[in-house]
Design a protein around this ligand. Sequence first.
Ligand code: ATP
Ligand code: MG
Length: 278
Amino acid sequence: MVIGIDIGSTTTKAVSVEGTGGGAAGRRIIRKIKTRADDAVTSATGAFGKMIVENGIRMTDIERIMITGAGSSKLRGDLFGIPTRKVDEIQAIGIGGMFQAGREGIIITNIGTGTAIIDARRDSIVHLGGSGVGGGTIQGLAKKLLPTSEFSGIMELAGRGDLGQVDLRLEDIMAAGISFLNGEATASNFGKMLDSARSEDIALGIISMVYQVIGVLSVFAARSRSTGRVIITGNGSDNPLGKKVLTEITGMYHVEFEYPEDAAYTTAIGAGLSLPEV
Ligand SMILES: Nc1ncnc2c1ncn2[C@@H]1O[C@H](COP(=O)(O)OP(=O)(O)OP(=O)(O)O)[C@@H](O)[C@H]1O
Ligand SMILES: [Mg+2]
């Protein structure tokens, strides 16, 4: 068994990869755990310990530990005497994304604290770029603009929001839409901000802005690689209102978004599936 650990900027994820056989095809992801990422060593050893204790895994069954994510640069040497190797985060997202999508030649948009967009093919995984706009942006803005910065609270507020109170829409400034955009499309995020805007409306404005930026960047990335689909991974993959925004982007730009199961674990899975460099 191999343990893959992803020490992200906000959360640490660990998975166990079991089974052998021909490449990734014969492997199964059996166990998954998530913890908050405080300092890198504490969260990596904590995630590993939780994985071992909660699942009754024997240390001798672990061949190696593969570590990736922002915090991995702070770790040195082997953990608990088990061979421990580092995996480049972009490679890990690419490998994990292809495993979850069940195919290669894909664009992956990983929505974590920030956002990274990756072109993943069997023989090359390339970082196309990304944006600092991501889950961290939602929580950071919520802290100052909303009565809560808990994710569930933000989502609950946003679910009752009216975007017309905060966003300037095309219909506010012109009689019809423009080119392929209809009157409901956002002309300027937060460009209206009526005095009557409530927390609910601002919460929805934040979610909309973040997922619109990520969606349109993903569209341009997909088009640059002549594909019409994008795989969404990271904790930001599991966000019903965000998905709704991305569906609207699909309506405008004809690029489809796909949400694999366990998308919060893509990077950890990719690390666990990576072969140690010799
Ligand atoms: N349902 C959700 N929708 C959108 N964002 C979310 C959701 N739940 C948590 N988040 C945000 O996701 C971020 C953490 O996601 P994830 O664990 O994928 O990132 P990370 O790996 O820690 O960061 P990064 O990959 O950018 O280094 C946090 O900023 C958190 O606010
Ligand atoms: Mg991450």
